[in-house]
Design a binder for this molecule. Structure first.
Ligand code: UDX
Ligand code: UDX
Length: 477
């Protein structure tokens, strides 16, 4: 058997590496239009950082795992084709700001059709709106010259989280495969299930109809994001009333019906999926006339935007209502720890908000490169999900500096804003940093990871999200 995957990104790369590792008799080829990316996959420095990924790639590469730009050849030869290309939010036209742009998906489908001389299973891996499979099916059917070639479309959404992708792939809570209710659809489901059954217990391989599988992915992300927006809403109330959001979260999380995960209040959720999937879900709801349902879910995104804005206002308010000309150190730019990924990171909106008020942001992140930060802070919304984005121009910005050293970033600064929960931030010598900063020196902990009592002892004015306010802040606000 041969498997091809179109799209060597955060989803396609790790997923195919795991398939190759667990199924040594299957040839797995990951293809991409981006030559640089493929070159990197074939080198010692992979294009994405994911713990445990390099070891797996090293073991399989050249054995049964290959990375190539020769899309036609490998897709043509494959029995199963996974598609994991970008599905950006539309920026203009009907559904702008909500609907998914399926240009790249449609392009992939046309390509598959044009090179196919044998029947294939086409697997949706990218997140797509509900009923995409139907549209893709039509494109495939009408564009293939050979009448004997049959395409079966499956939806097999990915639930891996970045930073733990390899663990999630090795021991997933479940694998979901959706297919048509026809005999050939069910056969295709069984074929793909066989692949996963190499390492995943059968009872964890769930099957569903196509639309259910597509919708399950959007719903899973909407539910996860909703928990964060819910706890973030409560964090604002905590600050206003003197409750502590960590105590509230802990208390509710011990209820087994609620559970303890995904209840950390934060400066906002980021990442390539949550916002995009919710917007997608809303668009689908609106298109079938369910405005109330769309409005309900849209609130999850609005609350996330509110939380980022609230954080910015808190910083500016605390610093005597002006940050103009003040240096502010920003610790963390990635959307979460242990990744260099900045897609939809809350740091973008927070930095932009501070810069708009005249602050000079000095950003430090252990993984994210300076050019990426400049690109993100100057690019239009949703631009990051275009295939050429990482190769696009990166412009220096007047009020932004990127430092590779956290001490230099805080030197002469009025405040430190912690925007990513990197572990190393917990262990810095804050007493030494305090000495280098302008007084009063502020710390705004947007992730609640620091030892606030200790920081106050040193002399910092501390804002900890969702916690009783520092008396200095109450007065100043
Ligand atoms: C991707 C999509 O971006 C996301 O919308 C979806 O939900 C899951 O799949 P990810 O793997 O994280 O997620 O994206 P990315 O790292 O951007 O990888 C997509 C890859 O597809 C890129 O390397 C891009 O060059 C490639 N691509 C895109 C093609 O090979 N052909 C195309 O026509 C378009
Ligand atoms: C998410 C889903 O978890 C995954 O199943 C799906 O396939 C893709 O989208 P990912 O984006 O990698 O994965 O990150 P995740 O760990 O879910 O975190 C998303 C965002 O929420 C991050 O910005 C994170 O910092 C934030 N978050 C998470 C919180 O603010 N509080 C929490 O309690 C948990």
């Amino acid at each position: 058997m041969k498997i091809a995957c179109i799209g060597a990104g955060y989803v396609g790369g790790p997923t195919m590496a795991m398939v190759a590792l667990k199924c040594p008799e299957i040839e797995v080829v990951v293809v991409d239009i981006n030559e640089e990316r493929i070159k990197a996959w074939n080198s010692e420095k992979l294009p994405i950082y994911e713990p445990g990924l390099f070891e797996v790639v090293k073991e399989c590469r050249g054995r049964n795992l290959f990375f190539s730009t020769d899309t036609k050849k490998h897709v043509g030869e494959a029995d199963i084709v996974f598609v994991s290309v970008n599905t950006p939010t539309k920026t203009h036209g009907i559904g702008a700001g909500r609907a998914a742009d399926l240009t790249y998906w449609e392009g992939a489908a046309r390509l598959i059709a044009s090179v196919s001389t044998s029947s294939k299973i086409v697997v949706e891996k990218s997140t797509v709106p509900v009923k995409t499979a139907e549209a893709i099916g039509k494109v495939l059917k009408r564009n293939c010259q050979d009448p004997n070639v049959n395409f079966e479309i499956l939806s097999n959404p990915e639930f891996l989280a970045e930073g733990t992708a390899m663990e999630d792939l090795k021991h997933p809570d479940r694998v979901l495969i959706g297919g048509a209710d026809t005999e050939s659809g069910q056969k295709a489901i069984r074929t793909l299930a066989e692949v996963y059954a190499h390492w995943i217990p059968r009872e964890r391989i769930l099957t569903a109809n196509l639309w259910s599988a597509e919708l399950a992915k959007l719903t899973a992300n909407a539910f996860l994001a909703q928990r964060i927006s819910s706890v973030n809403a409560i964090s604002a109330l905590c600050e206003a009333t003197g409750a502590d959001v960590s105590q509230v979260a802990h208390a509710i999380g011990t209820d087994s019906r609620i559970g303890p995960k995904f209840l950390n209040a934060s400066v906002g959720f980021g990442g390539s999926c949550f916002q995009k999937d919710i917007l997608n879900l809303c668009y689908v709801c609106e298109s079938v006339g369910l405005k109330e349902v769309a409005d309900y879910w849209l609130q999850v995104v609005s609350m996330n935007d509110y939380q980022k804005q609230r954080f910015v206002e808190r910083v500016i308010g605390a610093m005597f209502n002006t940050v103009s000309g003040k240096k502010i150190a920003v610790y963390g730019f990635a959307f979460k720890k242990d990744t260099g990924d900045t897609r939809e990171t809350p740091a973008i909106d927070v930095c932009k908000g501070l810069i708009r008020d005249g602050a000079k942001c000095c950003i430090f992140d252990p993984e994210v490169k300076a050019e990426q930060i400049f690109r993100d802070l100057s690019a239009p919304k949703f631009e990051w999900d275009r295939p050429n984005y990482s190769r696009s121009q990166s412009h220096m910005l007047e009020n932004v500096q990127v430092q590779s050293d956290p001490i230099a970033a805080a030197d002469g600064a009025h405040a430190i804003c912690v925007l990513t929960e990197w572990d190393e931030f917990k262990h810095y010598d804050y007493a030494a940093l305090y000495e280098k900063m302008v007084k009063p020196a502020f710390i705004f902990d947007g992730r609640n990871i620091l030892d606030h009592a200790k920081l106050r002892e040193i002399g910092f004015i501390v804002y900890a999200l969702g916690k009783p306010l520092d008396p200095f802040l109450v007065k100043g606000y």
